[in-house]
Design a protein around this ligand. Structure first.
Ligand code: CMC
Length: 429
């Protein structure tokens, strides 16, 4: 709160609105009493100027291209930390001591297995089901299997539900993949780190030994870390809105997964790689740039642009370096898709259409290239995003549930439909 306020005059009535000051970012007009005082709503479809909650977890300065988790810059976390340590930071607010981290890793690792009966859920899907469809269904179904962690009023149950989801999501994503390719499910191995375990569950087969390549495991861990949280994005806001009704945590995270799937959000990594493949060679780039600029063509450059970042996406910078490193180490540095991506980025950033609209590559522009080089099909890109973002959804869910002032989310509307009219019998219409 500041001692500043804003005055709003509607006809002859003047209303004073308090101005709240965050620890970082723009001040916020507090309009909570506006309807009671002035009988008007605000109108902001897409929430371009609306803070939907207060939070202490993640901060983005879109103009500077800065992303902080609990104050720590993402490039430092991606360079020096690892995914489970970042999970601890997001969930509990501080970096762990060595003992706290070991205890947390053990607690997560304890929950990596899925209830054996859940296999029937996977087997109930068509073989060609998208793994995101399977994940949405299976995560929602967890509330039918883990009854001892659905009471959101019990802090212990909230904690267990949180650990279960972080631990089981890689197993669920890997099994969705295994099911789609007709290979047997691979059980988790708790002597492996989080990323290595995921890679093994995706790529091992019972007939052969599988050695996890530490370079790929590090790259996987970095992809998880870079996607861990992103303040009030569409899927996180979906989780918050779903949980504001008191719904169980598994149902809320399933709602987040469903929202993430869209191509404007988490589905962009799949869409971006498909676009790079469709472009195919650098000589076709101008044609696609022209299409992206054409208002009559729905085509957009996937992996480009962001609602909040208007300078650069700091995650994209780390992802681009990672793509170079991984392809180099795999001996595929002349990967044609990487060449198309780099040339597309260069050409777009020379074009005033993109620079004037502040459209830059986002995190998804290079992530698909790394994932493809690792051997993942495009349909697995968004499930991997969902695995990574689970901790962000859960941290934001916990923060909301633990706030004594929590209210059910209930937006209002600008109604433009018919006013009251009398029902007409069918023969009179
Ligand atoms: N290609 C071409 N034009 C674009 C693009 C693009 N990728 N993105 C935005 N524009 C144009 C858009 O046509 C509009 O032009 P005008 O003002 O002339 O009408 C202007 O830029 C503003 O676009 P907007 O749709 O109003 O912006 P937004 O903030 O609502 O949308 C976005 C943000 C990310 C949905 C959008 O940039 C987009 O669709 N990008 C492609 C999809 C993508 O890469 N999504 C991943 C986001 S990062 C990962 C995540 O957090 O999920």
């Amino acid at each position: 709160m500041t001692d500043r306020s804003a005055k709003l005059t509607i006809d002859d009535t003047e209303i004073e609105l308090p101005i709240l000051s965050p620890t970082a970012g723009p001040d916020v007009l507090d309009i909570r009493k506006l309807y009671a005082q002035a009988g008007v709503f605000t109108y902001d479809p897409g929430y371009t100027s609306t803070a939907s909650c207060d939070s202490t977890i993640t901060f983005i300065d879109g103009d500077k291209g800065e992303l902080l988790h609990r104050g720590y810059p993402i490039d430092q976390l991606a360079g020096k930390s690892h995914y489970l340590e970042v999970c601890y930071l997001l969930l509990y607010g501080e970096l762990p001591t060595a003992a706290q981290l070991e205890d947390f890793e053990n607690r997560v690792t304890n929950h990596t297995m899925l209830h054996e009966q859940m296999q029937y859920f996977f087997r109930g899907f068509r073989r060609d089901a998208h793994p995101m469809a399977i994940m949405t269904g299976v995560v929602g179904a967890m509330s039918a299997f883990y009854h001892d962690s659905t009471d959101i009023a019990d802090p212990w149950q909230r904690e267990v539900a949180s650990l279960r989801m972080i631990a089981k999501m890689p197993t669920i994503a890997a099994w969705a993949y295994k099911y789609s390719i007709g290979q047997p499910f691979v059980y988790p191995r708790n002597d492996l780190d989080y990323a290595s375990n995921f890679l093994r569950m995706c790529f091992a087969v019972p007939a052969e030994e599988y050695e996890v390549n530490p370079i790929l495991s590090r790259a996987m861990d970095r992809i998880f870390t870079l996607h861990a949280d992103h303040e009030q994005n569409a899927s996180t806001s979906t989780v918050r809105l779903a949980s504001s009704s008191g719904a169980n945590p598994f149902a809320c995270i399933a709602a987040g997964i469903a929202c993430l799937w869209g191509p404007a959000h988490g589905g962009a990594n799949q869409a971006c790689l498909e676009m790079l493949r469709e472009i195919g060679t650098p000589n076709r780039i101008p044609e696609y740039i022209e299409r992206a600029k054409d208002k009559n063509d729905p085509f957009r450059l996937m992996g480009f642009g962001h609602r909040v970042y208007k300078n650069h996406d700091p995650r994209a910078t780390v992802m681009k370096q990672s793509a170079d490193e991984v392809l180099d180490l795999l001996g595929v540095e002349d990967n044609p898709l990487l060449q198309v991506a780099k040339e597309l980025e260069r050409k777009a950033l020379e074009d005033p259409y993109f620079t004037e609209k502040k459209l830059f590559p986002n995190v998804d522009f290079y992530s698909g290239i790394i994932l493809e080089a690792m051997g993942f099909p495009t349909s697995m890109f968004t499930p991997i995003f969902a695995v990574s973002r689970t901790v962000g959804w859960i941290s934001q869910w916990k923060e909301m549930i633990e706030d004594p002032a929590m209210k059910i989310g209930r937006p209002r509307q600008l109604y433009l439909g018919a006013t009251t009219r009398d029902y007409q019998d069918i023969e009179d219409r």
